[in-house]
Design a protein around this ligand. Sequence first.
Ligand SMILES: Cc1ncc(COP(=O)(O)O)c(C=O)c1O
Length: 379
Amino acid sequence: MSKEVSEYDTNRSEEMINFGIGRPSSNLLPLDLLQQASEAFFRSAEPQDISYGRREGDERFTESLAAFLEENYGQRIQPDSLFLSGGISQALDFICTQLSRPGDNIIVEEPCYFLAYQIFKDHGLNIISVPMDQDGMDVDALEAILSRVKPTLVYTIPSYQNPTGRSMSAERRKRLIALSQAHGFLIVADEVYQLLSYHGTPPPAFGTMLDSDTVLSVGSFSKILAPGLRLGWIQTSNKLVRQLSKAGLVNSGGSINQFTSMIVNQALVSGLAQQHLVKLYTVYRERVATMDAALREHLSDHVSWVKPDGGYFFWLKLIKDVDMTALLERASALGVGFHSGALFSNSGGMQNHIRLSFVYYEQESISTGIKRLKSAFDF
Ligand SMILES: Cc1ncc(COP(=O)(O)O)c(C=O)c1O
């Protein structure tokens, strides 16, 4: 049994500071914003707005989403490159259903977002890991794998990766696309953290690199508005949008999340969603700085790390060997939780790493939690 404190564990005391939690804190979930957007929707709604929606997503929504992405990516985004999803988890599941067959190979980064493994396994995919370095996926290592393995999909989290916080360089993005064309695989770029940049700008989103017909960029409102909306998008070539819109799921049910998309449309056109994003930058920038400073003050003898420029996570490397099970137990007894690196490996690796999320707690709790973690190490 894992000793890690689950983020859904409601029996823990309020005092527990669980850096495993990778979702927005309650005070950053914008109820007011959604109330305003809902009121605006109901003021002008037509009955048809709550009927089955267009399979790719209501045109008003894909247009306002394209404008929002255009503002943030700084590049022209075509509304017809967008296909509405029920968030990235649903999009990944849907892409696997539509574009792969059980037994196909999927290549993923090592380490990788641990819950994606389960989605790929649900589809009977054979998961093969490719190493990463500070510039993201090691594309040379990928090329070596491609000489002996034919993948259907290559899954990457190119910007502010979960769990490492690293971003794939622009040059590697281009090489990955060239490899996808040469070897006939599809790139599934999970761009969930692309818009959460606190210092500088990340390399261009895969959503702006669609010409090859081999790229699917998946995005979500989970981290920039609220996870409970279950709303996101797949951005891809017209050819693949057409293919996805023939799926039985949308043929039968229409738009995957019509009603919510009509509310979020109002948040987009009114500028409220953009204002919220700017607020998140300010708050998260402070939280990154606080965690970095607390780590430097208390844990630099035990771990090394690179301060992330965006996203949600610090990826710590243990300087000396530590019994991770014992560390997790001591940490839990002292009131602090985290995810061990092994969770993010498909091959029993990453034992000497720890992932901390900096987004869920306010600055004071972040400092307190890191002090507790120091005590767990010093025990
Ligand atoms: C890399 C990555 N992809 C997808 C998700 C889940 O996205 P969604 O809520 O849109 O399903 C997460 C959430 O933590 C994530 O970190």
